[in-house]
Design a protein around this ligand. Structure first.
Ligand SMILES: Nc1ncnc2c1ncn2[C@@H]1O[C@H](COP(=O)(O)OP(=O)(O)OP(=O)(O)O)[C@@H](O)[C@H]1O
Ligand SMILES: [Mg+2]
Length: 494
């Protein structure tokens, strides 16, 4: 067909023990927004790596503008105007934002662009994206959301014909997502083809013209987004019906487990809260509101300026994360690559790392028990892998996130802090994670959840504390929950 810019024909890719792509054929039209969806490990990222030339398929061919290629190389794909924003960041942390945005171009054509010009052009791109980032800032000092924005700017700095985004909205808040989706709409108007991978189905209906579903390395179906319902998409993705999104929690809320008073740290004003046994306390706020910073200070990962913490009524002194973990406080971080897991370790080692600390503390190492715990967690979170000794690096993005969760669930903490727990996790597995959180509550644990997914916050929390620019803007009980109130408080309007 004339309007098809890019086509994959009969693509297969085998990894040891995993057929990541199984005879996949799919085509993309000029100027369409094409959503690519499927469960964790379905093969979505592998498919786009074939398009970017990052991997060579075992079989199949790629057609671009009527020309047939047996496979891509990164140079060729770039030359054709295919740009990819990967799920995992691909930035130089010690370079400035502007240097990162133009790094590819500079190296590509060996053209010298002076710093000021680079910064000017970066600022223009950000203006087009309606966001404020200082082009001179160091990438390592940016939050996850801003790093992602730099990735997007980097792609926009090139002359793109096909822009591929692997879960670009996963780390973004509602507002930032709106901005991104607007950018996508603008690019589409300019005739750019956008391939958009997401686990948030609402986004599919907001921006996609067509949607392709993959499952277990296979192409399942392609439809016009307007001709399919949310439930039908889920069914195509997971191969079964999932009716309710948030499992019911009916355990009683008990005594105070953790009490935090006058917590101050860099970017965090005076924070005060209690969290009780059997309770999920949600933390809402825009990116940069200080939620992650507050929790890191509490956990001892960053310096506190002031504040007292009581655990089950007793004053405790947490100077570093080791103290916190010893006391039974766990923090599951948002940036898994940096803080969550050792990618070069097998899955089992990552999961048992924290248990080992506990078991060896009692100078008692029960190998079988360790094996059972890790095997159970791999099964209950349905971590998709041929075996538990697989290197964590080889897992799909969502499955790496599940390993981080499993590691902390194994540690048996009294208080668990989840920072964006379901980011990049598919619908089926999300439900499993929610069930696990409820199970923690039933076992009298206290759960703190930071989330930018408003639906999830409202669906799972018993109470919500809203932060705005580092300060506590308000607190809501379940009976008073509403998206509008949370957003108003978060933006300082309430
Ligand atoms: N380098 C590798 N070595 C071994 N297996 C791999 C490698 N890369 C990917 N896989 C496997 O291929 C399958 C598909 O992975 P892929 O990353 O494409 O999934 P995905 O659909 O992008 O999932 P997610 O939504 O979690 O990002 C997974 O089972 C994954 O473990
Ligand atoms: Mg992926």
């Amino acid at each position: 067909m004339a309007d098809e810019v890019l086509e994959l024909r009969h693509i297969s890719k085998q990894y040891p023990g995993v057929l990541a792509l199984n005879d996949v054929s799919v085509s993309f039209r000029t100027g369409e927004v094409h959503a690519l969806i499927g469960e964790n490990g379905a093969g979505k990222s592998t498919l786009i790596k074939v398009l970017s030339g990052a991997i060579i398929p075992d079989h199949g061919e790629i057609v671009f503008n009527g020309v047939v290629y047996p496979s891509m190389t990164p140079q060729l794909s770039k030359k054709l105007g295919i740009a990819v924003i990967y799920q995992e960041f691909n930035l130089f942390p010690s370079l400035s934002v502007a240097e990162n945005v133009f790094s590819g171009n500079l190296m590509g054509n060996a053209v010298f662009i002076d710093r000021a010009q680079c910064e000017q052009r970066t600022a223009e791109i950000f203006q087009r994206m309606h966001i404020k980032i200082n082009p001179k800032a160091m990438v390592k000092d940016l939050t996850v959301a801003y790093k992602q924005m730099v990735e997007i700017a980097k792609a926009l700095s090139k002359n793109v014909r096909v822009l591929i985004m692997d879960e670009p909205t996963a780390p973004l808040t509602t507002n930032e997502t709106d901005i991104l989706l607007e950018i996508v709409a603008t690019l589409k108007k300019q005739g750019v083809t956008v391939i958009f991978i997401t686990h948030r189905l609402s986004e599919v209906f907001r921006i996609a013209d067509r949607v392709t579903v993959m499952r277990d390395g296979c192409f399942i179906q392609v439809t016009d987004a307007k001709d399919i319902t949310r439930d039908e998409l889920i069914k195509a993705m997971v191969g079964r019906q999932i009716s309710d999104t948030y499992p019911k929690r009916d355990c009683p809320v008990g005594k105070v487990a953790l009490e935090v008073r006058n917590l101050r740290a860099a970017g965090v004003g005076d924070i005060n809260f209690d969290v009780r046994e059997g309770e999920i306390l949600g933390f809402a706020g825009l990116v940069g509101a200080g939620r992650t910073e507050a929790m890191r200070a509490l956990f001892g990962a960053d310096q506190k300026q002031s504040g007292t913490v009581k655990l089950e009524g007793a004053l405790v002194n947490i100077k570093n994360p080791r103290d916190a973990v010893k006391l039974g406080i766990g923090l599951i971080p948002e940036d898994r690559k940096q803080h969550g897991v050792v990618l070069g370790f097998p899955i089992r080692w990552n999961i048992s790392l924290t248990i080992l600390k506990f078991i060896s503390k009692l100078s008692f190492l029960n190998k079988t028990k360790e094996k059972n715990i890790t095997d159970d967690l791999v099964a209950s979170l349905s971590i998709k892998t041929p075996h538990v000794m697989q290197l964590t690096r080889n897992l799909s993005g969502g499955n790496q996130q599940k390993v981080v969760l499993a590691k902390w669930l194994a540690a048996n903490c009294k208080v668990l802090i989840f920072d964006e727990p379901t980011r990049g996790i598919d619908v089926g597995a999300r439900y499993e994670i929610y069930k696990l959180m409820n199970e923690l509550c039933a076992r009298k644990k206290a759960v703190i959840m930071i989330s930018s997914d408003m639906e999830e916050l409202l669906g799972m929390s018993g109470r919500i504390i809203v932060l705005c620019e580092g300060r506590q803007a308000g607190e809501l009980d379940r009976a008073d929950f509403s998206q509008e109130t949370v957003l108003q408080m978060a933006s300082g309007q309430a």
